[in-house]
Design a protein around this ligand. Structure first.
Ligand code: ZN
Length: 502
C-alpha cells in the first residue's frame, strides 16, 4: 500500500460510514432471506484501503495531537481500523472454520442432521433422556474443532498484540473498555456469593418443575436451552400474540414503534428467515432494522423487547452527533443497558397479569420463573468472566486450562459443564464483561425508575421520557458515565442483588 492512499481522519470516517452501511444492508438481506448468498467478501475487497498499517498509524498520529471528544472519536476510529486490519488477515481462516462447522453432520436416533440443527433441537426436545443423548453427540462433535479454535485464537491474539502495542490480553481489553476487569470480577463474585443461598432454593424448585422429578441432582448443560424456553408455559405465551403485545407494552412507555419511520420493522414469519431476533443499525438514527420471527413461548416476548431496547436506542440518538458517536462504541456495555431494561418488563408480575389474563397468583409464579432464569444466566456469566480472566492471563504460557472452565461454571450454576466446551463457549473481547456491566447498570436504572416514576415504571410514559433523554446521547457515553447520571457508583451491585432475588 502506498502512502498516497492514506485517508485523513475525516475522509476515513466518511468512507467507513459507507462501508458499514453496505455491510449492514448485506447482512440484513441474508438474515431475512432476501438473498441466498452472502457477498460480504466483495464489499471488504472494495474497501480494502480502509484497513492498512499506514492508515492505522495516521489515525494514531491524529489522535495524539487531539484532546477531549475529538480524541475519543479518533480513538474509536483507530480501534475500528485495527480490528478491520486483523479480520482482513484472518477472514479466510475464520470462514473456513465456520464452513467446516456448518458442514459437520451428526446422527441422532438414525437421523443425520447438521451440527447446528442438533444444537437448536436441544431447546425443543421434550424428553430428558433424548436431550442427554443428543447433547452428548453434539458436544463431542463440536469438541473435535478445539485445536482449530485454539490456533485461530493464537493468530488473532498475536495480531492484536502487534497492532495495539499492548502484549497482555487482559491489559489490552482493560485499556479499551477503560475499566479494571479484575475489580469488576471481584464485585460480581461478591454479589453472586451473597445470593447463593437464595439461588439454591430457587434452583431446587425450578429444576424439578422444568426438568421433572427424575432429573439428575446435577443436570448437564444440555438442558439449559430447553429450560430457557420455559416450555411448560408455552400455551400462555403464544406466537400469534407476541408482536401485538410487545408493541402495546412499548406504547405504554410512550414509544409508538410502527409510527417511527426510521425503525424498519420486519416481523413476518417466513421460512427462510433466521429465527433469532436482531437489530441492525445500518445508519443510525435514520435506518435501524428490527427483525424478529416468533416461534412460540415467553422467550419470543423477551427477545422482541430486548431488541426493541437496542432499536429505540440507535433510532433515538441525536442526528447532529458525529457518525462515530451514533454508530461506534468502545464495547457493547452501553447499548445492552437499554435492551436489558426493556426486557426486564417481563419480570413484572403485573405485566403477566395484564396481558395474558392470568390470576395474580399465576402471574407471580410465571414472573418468578423469569427471575430465576435471570439469576441463572447472571451466575453463568459471572463464572465465565472469572474463567476468561484466568484463561487470558496464562494464555501465552500454557494456552489456558479447560478444567477452570468446568469448575467455575458448574459450581456457580449447579449445572454440569463439560471442560471441552471451554472454547466454543467463549466470545471475543471479554463480551461477558459487557453483559455483566449491563446487568449492574440496568438494575441501577430500574431502581432509579422505581424511585422517580414508581412501581408502574414499566407502563408509564415518564419512563419513556427518561430513556429518550439517555438515547439522545447515542453511543458516546460509557456504561460507567451512565452510572454517574443515575447517581450510583459503577460497581454498586445492591440493586442487582434485589433484582436476582437476594
Ligand atoms: Zn443485546
Amino acid at each position: 500500500m502506498s502512502a498516497t492512499s492514506v485517508l485523513s481522519a475525516t475522509e476515513f470516517q466518511a468512507r467507513l460510514e459507507r462501508y458499514l452501511y453496505e455491510r449492514s444492508e448485506e447482512w440484513r438481506a441474508v438474515r431475512v432471506g432476501d438473498k441466498e448468498v452472502s457477498e460480504q467478501a466483495e464489499i471488504v475487497r472494495r474497501y480494502a484501503d480502509l484497513f492498512s498499517r499506514e492508515q492505522l498509524d495516521a489515525l494514531q498520529e491524529a489522535e495524539q495531537d487531539s484532546s477531549g471528544d475529538e480524541r475519543e472519536l479518533l480513538y474509536r476510529l483507530r480501534k475500528t481500523c485495527e480490528s478491520g486490519l486483523i479480520s482482513s488477515q484472518l477472514a479466510e481462516r475464520e470462514d473456513e472454520l465456520e464452513n467446516r462447522l456448518l458442514a459437520e453432520r451428526v446422527t441422532f436416533q438414525g437421523e443425520a442432521m447438521p451440527l447446528r440443527n442438533a444444537q437448536a433441537k436441544l431447546a425443543v426436545l421434550p424428553s430428558y433422556a433424548d436431550r442427554e443423548e443428543l447433547g452428548l453427540i453434539q458436544a463431542e462433535a463440536s469438541a473435535k474443532f478445539n485445536d482449530e479454535r485454539l490456533d485461530l485464537l493464537r493468530a488473532t491474539e498475536d495480531l492484536a498484540a502487534e497492532y495495539s502495542g499492548i502484549a497482555d490480553a487482559v491489559e489490552r481489553n482493560e485499556e479499551e473498555k477503560d475499566i479494571s476487569l479484575r475489580e469488576l470480577s471481584r464485585a460480581l463474585k461478591a454479589a453472586s456469593d451473597e445470593s447463593t443461598e437464595r439461588y439454591r432454593a430457587a434452583r431446587e424448585r425450578w429444576f424439578t418443575k422444568l426438568l421433572g422429578e427424575d432429573r439428575e441432582e446435577l443436570p448437564s448443560s444440555y438442558h439449559t436451552a430447553y429450560m430457557r424456553r420455559l416450555s411448560p408455559l408455552e400455551a400462555t405465551y403464544t406466537k400469534e400474540r407476541a408482536t401485538a403485545i410487545c408493541l402495546q407494552t412499548l406504547e405504554a412507555l410512550g414509544f409508538d414503534m410502527p409510527a417511527q419511520p426510521n425503525i424498519k420493522l420486519d416481523l413476518d414469519d417466513r421460512p427462510q428467515k433466521s429465527p433469532r431476533a436482531c437489530v441492525i443499525a445500518s445508519d443510525p438514527p435514520k435506518i435501524v432494522h428490527l427483525i424478529t420471527r416468533a416461534q412460540g413461548g415467553l422467550h419470543d416476548y423477551q427477545a422482541f423487547l430486548h431488541e426493541a431496547g437496542h432499536a429505540l436506542h440507535y433510532a433515538g440518538c441525536d442526528p447532529e452527533l458525529p457518525y462515530v458517536f451514533r454508530r461506534i462504541s468502545r464495547d457493547h456495555a452501553l447499548t445492552e443497558i437499554y435492551s436489558y431494561i426493556i426486557e426486564a418488563i417481563t419480570r413484572e408480575p403485573a405485566w403477566h397479569e395484564q396481558y395474558f389474563g392470568l390470576s395474580a397468583e399465576q402471574a407471580q409464579e410465571n414472573a418468578e420463573a423469569t427471575t430465576f432464569l435471570e439469576a441463572l444466566l447472571y451466575r453463568r456469566y459471572e463464572a465465565k468472566l472469572r474463567f476468561e480472566l484466568d484463561f487470558w492471563s496464562r494464555f501465552t504460557v500454557d494456552g489456558g486450562d479447560a478444567e477452570v472452565y468446568e469448575r467455575c461454571l458448574t459450581e456457580a450454576t449447579g449445572i454440569r459443564y463439560r471442560r471441552d466446551n471451554y472454547l466454543s463457549d467463549m466470545d471475543a473481547g471479554f463480551y461477558s464483561a459487557d453483559y455483566l456491566r449491563a446487568w449492574i447498570r440496568s438494575a441501577q436504572l430500574r431502581s432509579r425508575l422505581l424511585d422517580q416514576v414508581g412501581d408502574d415504571w414499566w407502563r408509564n410514559p415518564a419512563t419513556g421520557e427518561l430513556l429518550t433523554e439517555l438515547f439522545r446521547e447515542g453511543t458516546k457515553p460509557s456504561s460507567e458515565e451512565i452510572a454517574g447520571r443515575l447517581e450510583f457508583e459503577p460497581l454498586d451491585t445492591k440493586p442487582l442483588l434485589r433484582e436476582i432475588g437476594a
